[in-house]
Design a protein around this ligand. Structure first.
Ligand code: ITT
Length: 204
């Protein structure tokens, strides 16, 4: 069975190929099938956006499609930046998003700097447009300043206590082993393995 990944972000395509490659005969990206389809993220939850992406891309291509949405949820900021993670600051660059986050976290003590990365995944069956949904998270803390230069997005300010490193200090393998995307992909594979994907009853 072939799976189409509904994102134009090549970094995420590579990650998903690693995470789901064993489960499918072939994992392809929109770019690899020569399609450029933009799906607007209009949902107010990660799950709504992931489902919308999967359904629209499955409809447009007739292929089994994986939609995803992810972001950073900070407790002291009532869940912000959340689904607006990539457009948190006016400029929307990684640097300006981080600067805004650290400014808004000014004066918040360490024990109250708890946060998590969230990743929602949806797989849509093109035959009936039913979807399977999962959510994965990764818990950590927001640092006082950026540390490390690997990764992308909010990685330099996300501290993962178990490894005593920020995401931006980790190797790709270290991050991919514990990330929100990994945890979501693991759940998805478990559901797909427990239920034969050809049985339509698993699609809700
Ligand atoms: P597509 O919508 O095309 O898939 P995107 O980069 O906008 O690509 P998301 O909407 O899933 O992807 O990501 C939202 C933002 O959340 C992203 O721009 C980062 O700022 C942040 N983010 C998500 N996962 C992250 C990670 O592993 N490390 C750091 N930041 C992350």
């Amino acid at each position: 069975m072939e799976l189409l990944i509904a994102t134009s972000n090549q970094g995420k395509v590579n990650e998903f190929k690693k995470l789901l490659g064993d489960r499918f005969d072939r994992v392809v990206s929109l770019a690899e099938i020569g399609k450029e389809i933009e799906v607007e993220e209009t949902g107010i939850t990660f799950q709504q956006n992931a489902k919308k992406k999967a359904i629209e891309i499955a409809k447009a291509t007739g292929m089994l499609a994986l939609g995803d949405d992810s972001g950073l949820v900070v407790d002291a900021l009532d869940g912000a930046p959340g689904v607006y993670s990539s457009r948190y600051s006016k400029q929307g660059t990684d640097e300006s998003n981080i600067a805004k986050l650290l400014k808004n976290m000014g004066g918040v003590p360490k024990e109250k700097r708890t946060a998590r990365f969230v990743c929602a995944l949806a797989i849509c069956n093109p035959e009936d447009l039913n979807t399977v949904m999962v959510t994965g998270t990764c818990e950590g803390y927001i640092t006082e300043k950026p540390i490390g230069n690997k990764g992308f997005g909010y990685d330099p300010v996300f501290y993962y206590p178990n490894l005593e490193l920020t995401f931006a200090q980790m190797t790709d393998d270290e991050k991919n082993n514990i990330s929100h995307r990994k945890n979501a992909a693991k759940k998805l594979c478990k559901i797909l393995d427990e239920n034969n994907m050809k049985q339509t009853s698993i699609w809700d």
